[in-house]
Design a protein around this ligand. Structure first.
Ligand code: BTN
Length: 224
């Protein structure tokens, strides 16, 4: 599986789509300085000066809707195997124990190809972070000892070697989630759903207990 390291690009995600359109397959691209990173729900993604910004094409999970959760689980497992304290926030944010977000996962599909992007901020002193994200984002390391490219290659190898069944994704996701049974607000387009986060359903949807019912939320952002 070829892996490419690019010094600078707009988005590693688009670099992979471009290579796929030229007939390549099974590629991983890491971009040291990603300038126009894309996040979930059409949001921009901010990469710190030292950050993993990697994208790769992949086969979907046997249950397509669990693919991004699967990558969240594998990324979290991998980082924990390095002794790092990281957990998951639905659907697939990587959180530090402080509750700050250090990473996220994006899945996009185009012309039958599925491309996953993983962004992890390693070290982001406050002055680098845009004002609106101050206090919300965190870096995985307190210093600059970790090489993002090396981390990306090892994470990619771990993912390729440890793909999960749908059943394992559902089981493992719960054990890695930092906010089971917490009060949450799900922001779904125009709707706000407040309640207790009970876990995830068979399709990876959030189960939120409101005073009236258990709501199944498929596409939203969660505020803890
Ligand atoms: C999110 O939490 O909203 C998902 C963030 C995904 C960011 C990664 S960085 C590598 C790849 N390239 C992008 O433009 N986005 C993804």
């Amino acid at each position: 599986m070829p892996s490419y390291r690019i010094h600078s690009c707009d988005s590693a995600q688009q670099e992979v789509f471009e290579r796929l359109s030229k007939g390549e397959k099974g590629v991983m691209v890491h971009c040291d300085h990603q300038k126009k990173g894309e996040g979930r729900r059409l949001r921009p993604w901010f990469s710190a000066k030292r950050a993993v910004a990697m994208s790769f094409d992949l086969d979907p999970n046997s249950k397509l809707s669990l693919t991004s959760l699967e990558l969240g689980v594998l990324s979290c497992e991998f980082l924990r195997s390095l002794g790092l304290r990281v957990g998951l926030k639905w659907p697939n944010d990587l959180l530090l124990e402080s509750g700050r977000k250090c990473g996220g996962i994006l899945i996009q599909s185009k012309q039958g190809a599925l491309v996953a992007g993983i962004g992890i901020n390693l070290f982001s002193p406050n002055e680098e972070v845009p004002d609106e994200l101050k206090g919300k984002l965190g870096g995985l390391y307190e210093n600059d000892e970790q090489d993002p490219w090396e981390l990306a290659q090892n994470l990619y190898a771990y993912i390729c070697a440890n793909r999960l069944s749908a059943k394992s994704v559902l089981e493992k996701w719960k054990t890695l989630c930092y906010h089971l049974n917490a009060q949450v607000t799900a922001l779904e387009d125009a709707e706000k759903i407040k309640g207790k986060f009970l876990g995830i359903g068979e399709d990876g949807e959030a189960l939120i207990e409101t005073p009236l019912e258990i709501k199944r939320v498929y596409n939203a952002s969660l505020v803890l």
